[in-house]
Design a binder for this molecule. Structure first.
Ligand code: ARG
Length: 555
């Protein structure tokens, strides 16, 4: 595919294609000559002027008439600057998004928040572009920790604390048993036995385990409701237990896996970066592990949803794990003669740091709980809203604070390049000026206030667009790039592209609004400028929504 992208230097044009140099090299022809042939074959005179530049760049400058026509079609509701897959040339993709995936009996922490927010936003962008996405929460509901948890539950459970805050109580039990077991071999042995009993289907242990899952799920659901995140499926690791034994047998039979020091592992002699990192699929004590479960999960997803791609959103420390899973699955499928596997992508992210540059913790050194974090965000936003708008009724200020607080936390997670660590700063993320959610939410609300002042709420649909000033033209051209931005997000799994696009949009809108009177303009110019306001508001709202961030009409 030969790509045309927004031109990095606006003085050379609006869009640019730099792919012809490489193509010419491959074909051993002169790049400028090839560019000339392509330019001559392009049938775009109504759309833009084409210019051959430099070593063989193609630059495109949009004709004003094609810009206004595109805006007018958007104003009539025919599109919002992007094609939906399925309507045009692009075929809809089927995807599975594995994100959030917290662990039972443990509080969700800031690492899970980043996975939840990034994953949700990617699913939203893909869906907005017309693709199909199944969101699947791979909850950690199985593993050796349940031995400790069940011993703790049987010996030390405080029912009142459990009723008040189930996850904290389960966390307390877990910590208590791990701490005591370090110096008490009998307790360690008891945990092992409880685990074996659970794994072999012991009634009482199963019941306790189920209760722990139900209590955790309730707490997870509260958080998801606050964040506006929904899952289509939440099967959890335990769902795949029944398949693990036969899966490992199959891998052995196919010679994908072999025994090594009592354990069973997949070796990757042919994959340079994994040569020294075989993937364990059965431990020497006979137990299966995280990798085995992920292989079974992959198999199930393929059979059930037939996806073209599966994305996994976790922190960067799981990179090796996913490289192993993908490589092992590849070997397995090619030996079994199955269909070629779908595109498997590990969408990983860096850590969240405190303002001291160290891993983000509470003042007491504990991991920060997600629910406390969201409470604090809303509380801080409430203070800001109350200072700005003391006259608004309390309920309304609370609602605004909820939208701003949650939006600020989400945006702070989405804005940085996901692979770099970022510093969590309340003041930065809640600032009304700067590249923040509140700034964009204000920009949206401000446009809505223009409509409240205009006598007719929306301009008559079908108003002609006039782009008479440089500010109007710059705003209009930026609106046109909404779809390209969404596509770039979907291609590289990077919502930060959309954050920066919206921030620039708000900036271009401000320049336009400061330089071009809207309500005081005469007739047709007024209608055209109101239409620009309306399109900007629609893109801001749709764009923020694709990031999982709400807007409010009045702030
Ligand atoms: N539960 C895991 C954790 O908290 C994340 C699971 C990610 N998904 C997967 N298919 N392995 O680290």
């Amino acid at each position: 595919m030969v790509r045309v992208r927004p031109c990095p230097e606006p003085k050379f044009g609006d869009y640019q294609c730099n792919a012809l140099m490489a193509l010419a090299k491959a074909r051993k022809t002169n790049p400028r000559q090839l560019a000339g042939q392509v330019a001559a074959a392009l049938d775009v005179p109504a759309l833009c002027e084409v210019e051959i530049a430099g070593a063989g760049f193609l630059n495109f400058r949009l004709k004003p008439s094609s810009i206004t026509q595109t805006l007018e079609a958007a104003a009539r509701g025919e599109h919002l600057f992007f094609d939906k897959a399925g309507n045009g040339v692009q075929k809809p993709r089927r995807g599975v998004a594995d994100f959030s995936s917290p662990n039972v009996a443990k509080p969700m922490h800031v690492g899970h928040i980043r996975s939840t927010i990034l994953g949700d936003s990617l699913a939203r962008v893909l869906r907005l572009l017309g693709h199909q996405v199944v969101t699947d929460n791979h909850i950690g509901d199985w593993g050796t920790q349940f031995g400790m948890l069940i011993v703790g539950w049987k010996r030390f459970l405080n029912r009142d604390s459990l009723a008040a805050d189930p996850i904290s109580e389960m966390e307390r039990l877990y910590k208590l048993v791990t701490r005591n077991a370090a110096s008490d071999p009998a307790l360690l042995e008891a945990s092992r036995q409880e685990l074996v009993k659970l794994q072999s289907g012991h009634d009482e242990n199963l019941q306790i385990w189920r209760e722990m899952i139900a209590l955790s799920q309730r707490q997870f659901d509260e958080i998801y409701a606050r964040l506006g995140v929904r899952f289509d499926s939440a099967l959890g690791e335990s769902f795949y237990n029944a398949r693990l034994k036969s899966l490992v047998d199959e891998l052995q039979k196919l010679r994908v896996a072999r025994e090594s020091e009592g354990a069973i592992a997949v070796f990757f002699d042919d994959v340079p970066q994994l040569k020294d990192h075989p993937a364990l699929v059965r431990k020497s004590d006979g137990g299966f592990n995280y990798t085995t479960t992920d292989l079974a999960t992959l198999e199930y997803r393929l059979k059930t949803w037939r996806p073209d791609e599966i994305i996994y959103v976790t922190d960067g420390r799981q990179q090796l794990h996913f490289q192993q899973v993908f490589a092992a699955f590849d070997k397995w499928q090619s030996c079994a003669g199955g269909e070629p596997p779908p595109k498997l992508v590990h969408v990983w992210f860096g850590s969240i740091l405190g303002e001291d540059g160290k891993p983000f913790k509470t003042r007491g050194g504990e991991t920060v709980k997600l629910s406390d974090l969201l409470d604090e965000a809303e509380e801080r936003a409430f203070k800001i809203v109350s200072e700005k708008n003391p006259a608004l009724p309390d309920g309304q200020r609370r609602e605004i604070a909820r939208v701003i607080g949650i939006g600020a936390v989400k945006y702070a997670d989405l804005l940085p390049n996901r692979q770099s660590d970022y510093i969590f700063s309340w003041d930065k993320m809640l600032a009304l000026n700067g590249n923040t959610a509140p700034y964009l939410q204000y920009a949206y609300a401000r446009i809505q206030s223009i409509f409240r002042k205009a006598d007719s709420c929306a301009p008559r649909a079908g108003s002609a667009i006039e782009l008479s000033t440089p500010e109007e033209l710059a705003l209009a051209k930026h609106l046109l790039n909404f779809g390209l931005t969404l596509e770039a997000v979907a291609e590289e799994y990077r919502p930060n592209f959309l954050c920066n696009y919206l921030y620039e949009l708000a900036g271009k809108f401000t320049l336009f609004y400061e330089n071009c009177p809207v309500l005081k303009a005469a007739n047709s110019l007024r209608a055209s400028r109101l239409e620009l306001c309306r399109l900007t508001a629609r893109v801001l709202k749709e764009g923020l929504n694709a990031l999982g961030i709400e807007t409010i009409e009045q702030m």
